[in-house]
Design a protein around this ligand. Sequence first.
Ligand SMILES: Nc1ncnc2c1ncn2[C@@H]1O[C@H](COP(=O)(O)OP(=O)(O)OP(=O)(O)O)[C@@H](O)[C@H]1O
Ligand SMILES: [Mg+2]
Length: 281
Amino acid sequence: MAFHAKAEKYLGEPLCLGALVVILFTMPILELQDISLAFGGLQALDKVSFAVGAGTVQAVIGPNGAGKTTLFNLITGFLSPQAGKVVFQDQEIQGRPPHQVAQMGIARTFQLVQLFDHMTVLENVMVGRHRLSRAGLLAGALRLPWTRGEEKSIKERALEELAFVGLGDRAQQPAATLPLGLKRLLEIARALAAEPTLLLLDEPASGLDAVETERLQEMILALRDRGLTILLVEHDMGLTMEVADQIAVLNYGQLIATGTPREVQRNEEVIAAYLGTDWQT
Ligand SMILES: Nc1ncnc2c1ncn2[C@@H]1O[C@H](COP(=O)(O)OP(=O)(O)OP(=O)(O)O)[C@@H](O)[C@H]1O
Ligand SMILES: [Mg+2]
């Protein structure tokens, strides 16, 4: 369907300029349609559907074991759904392998940090950048002559991302020597080096102290201002309520609510399953 026809369908009325501006910022970039996945007898996700607006911060919250990381694994190609669709920028991507999904502009961090410990902080970020390089990872690793110019620009860009997450002065340190909080920030820098359109963060505040969490909050909002769409799984509700435009709530694999932070804070089912009454405003 042509863009304007689609936009009109989405809006329910003919397009005018103001509506077009609103639409460009709120049309879904990612749609989950009736996603289901069981591990043996355990229904980890059960017909989960929601849409993520382009340029927004969408949080996914819920108790331990609710299916949040499983959902991330389905979006990024680490798992395939048994039913349902993952639609990214109008293309079905469920079942595609992780490197293809990454090529399309989706990057992620992991709940359990996954870095190359023996490499430096800078090299870890440069690995993230290689999805965009013409020469490819192998030629780069072998330092073949035609890769040198490209290597230089990869390095410059990686240093920029390191500076953005506040790790500029740690570039030459082995990644293994960073405390957990800084490893999480390094993973974010590596994900950003791939210039994603959609960034998935799985519990980025876990292991961060109060100052680092505050910095993370600023970072997430700065990334949204850059035009990135962010999907955030987080148990730190202070952070989540501050940065999220929309929140989806999972419980035992089922979507029990979606809405603004204020809406989910007042939802009885969400209060009973996860939030308690502390977050009512
Ligand atoms: N590879 C797997 N094999 C079998 N069961 C799994 C697998 N991955 C996840 N599960 C189960 O699926 C359910 C959902 O797990 P998931 O990791 O998605 O939860 P979560 O919402 O991310 O929880 P947490 O907040 O603790 O990270 C859990 O019961 C978990 O034990
Ligand atoms: Mg998880």
